[in-house]
Write a protein that binds this ligand. Structure first.
Ligand SMILES: CC(C)(COP(=O)(O)OP(=O)(O)OC[C@H]1O[C@@H](n2cnc3c(N)ncnc32)[C@H](O)[C@@H]1OP(=O)(O)O)[C@@H](O)C(=O)NCCC(=O)NCCS
Length: 170
């Protein structure tokens, strides 16, 4: 089976927050940010698999800091692990200070995409070789997160989620 590194799927999207994309507090509307994250993850999944990809699940999103109108927002998405046809993609979201350029992390999300053929049938994809310490950490936890997502979707019995159970027994 073909292998690829995480960084080959790196996707960086930088854009502004305009007034029409904000809530009553003049901060970026959550749904708008989710859409941007989905787009970045979709491109990353496509770069990894070189196939048609669809969002299977949004596993986790943290809105840790508000993103004010006028901000320059950068999303960095990378495939953290590939399974048979599905991929976990991590997306980190940063804003930068207008004067100093200093970057602050404001959000993080974990998405699952599935590579499919023209009829929507899942197809096999290359495996991931993690390189950096962070890539290795995210790779290691990905099976546990996949099992949790499948349990929540009713596609896996809790007693079959071996990696997830091991977390509670450790
Ligand atoms: C995602 C989809 C292709 C999965 O199809 P399926 O018939 O359930 O296929 P499978 O059960 O074989 O699952 C395929 C893979 O997805 C994974 N998967 C399915 N649902 C999942 C979930 N909720 N969370 C995590 N992984 C999931 C399976 O574990 C499997 O992974 P693997 O092949 O790497 O082991 C199908 O449900 C679909 O097309 N959904 C609609 C997608 C869509 O329209 N998205 C929004 C617009 S892009």
């Amino acid at each position: 089976m073909e292998t690829k590194t995480s960084k080959e799927s790196l996707t960086i999207l930088t854009d502004l927050v305009l007034p029409g994309e904000t809530n009553y507090l003049d901060n970026l509307f959550g749904g708008e940010l989710l859409a941007r994250m989905d787009r970045a993850c979709s491109i990353s999944a496509r770069r990894h698999s070189r196939r048609i990809v669809v969002t299977a699940s949004v596993n986790h999103v943290v809105f840790s800091k508000a993103v004010p109108v006028g901000s320059v927002v950068t999303l960095e998405a990378k495939v953290s692990r590939a399974f048979k046809s599905s991929m976990e993609i991590y997306v980190d979201v940063w804003i930068e200070d207008r004067q100093s350029g200093k970057k602050t992390k404001v959000n993080e999300g974990i998405y699952t995409f599935v590579a499919v053929d023209e009829t929507g049938k899942p197809v096999e994809i290359p495996q991931i070789i993690p390189e950096t310490a962070l890539e290795k950490e995210r790779f290691k936890g990905a099976l546990r997160r996949k099992q949790l997502s499948l349990v929540l979707a009713g596609k896996l019995k809790p007693n079959e989620a071996t990696e997830l159970k091991a977390l509670f027994n450790s």
